[in-house]
Write a protein that binds this ligand. Structure first.
Ligand code: DX5
Ligand code: ZN
Length: 225
């Protein structure tokens, strides 16, 4: 299991999203991630209600957990995440993010994640004001800025997201030095540089990694190496 201190020390974190993996070959795709130079495994959980798509739940995480030492970053796109977050931690997620738009009891949900021994993150959709995260900053380990509307991989990065990332970074630097800023949706080899420059610490990349002919090269290029 990865140590958060080491995560914060490593400069640019690349988190391939297994939503773009081959579901019929999930085990080998997950196993390959450390060999291609990825830092985290981004795990997109969708319930078909909060977003118009379905993926997988606890069992997938439990089954892939022994296959990788990488940090497991679960992104819950589900309604009432409070009901489920503990089980995601028990299944092997080291960080659990849920959506601001999907939960009324945000503080309680963050406390459950932290109490279960994991890191916690709060995700916001492209049309949600970034400043809504302010009251939760002292507790957060991660701020997840969506740069597409959640639900599907392979969408186009929404340009206005760069300003939102900068605002999140500003808030992080001021009120939450313990937290990292993660950006999710439409990240490519071409736009990664400007996303990091805007203030991101962690880039999620689904299509840009799993769709690449050379995945290891894609991870390197996204990281800017
Ligand atoms: C979108 C998911 C993303 C998505 C990213 O709802 O949260 O993690 O898989 O995929 P790409 O990088 O292809 O946009
Ligand atoms: Zn995601």
């Amino acid at each position: 299991m990865a140590v958060w201190y080491n995560i914060l020390m490593s400069k640019r974190i690349i988190a391939p999203s297994i939503l773009s993996a081959n579901f019929a070959d999930m085990g080998s795709d997950v196993k390959s991630l450390s060999a291609i130079g990825a830092d985290w495994v981004h795990i997109d959980v969708m319930d078909g209600v909060f977003v118009p798509n379905l993926t997988f739940g606890f069992k997938m995480i439990k089954d892939i957990r022994p296959l990788s030492d990488l940090f497991f970053d679960a992104h819950l796109m589900i309604t009432n995440p409070k009901r489920y977050v503990k089980r995601f931690v028990e299944s092997g997620a080291e960080l659990v993010s849920f959506h601001y738009e999907a939960e009324e009891e945000i503080d309680e949900t963050l406390d459950i994640i932290l109490g279960a021994g994991a890191k916690c993150g709060l995700a916001i959709n492209p049309d949600t004001d970034v400043d809504v995260i302010i009251p939760y900053l002292p507790k957060l380990d991660l701020i997840l800025i969506m740069s597409v509307f959640p639900g599907f991989g392979g969408q186009k990065f929404i340009e206005g997201s760069l300003e939102r990332i900068s605002r999140a970074r500003e808030l992080r630097d001021k009120y939450a030095p313990q937290a990292v800023v993660e950006v999710d949706g439409g990240v490519t080899v071409d736009n990664a540089k400007s996303i990091f420059a805007a203030g991101a610490d962690v880039l999620v990349a689904g299509n840009a990694v799993f769709g690449a002919a050379d995945r290891r090269a894609a991870v390197k290029l996204i990281r800017g190496e």
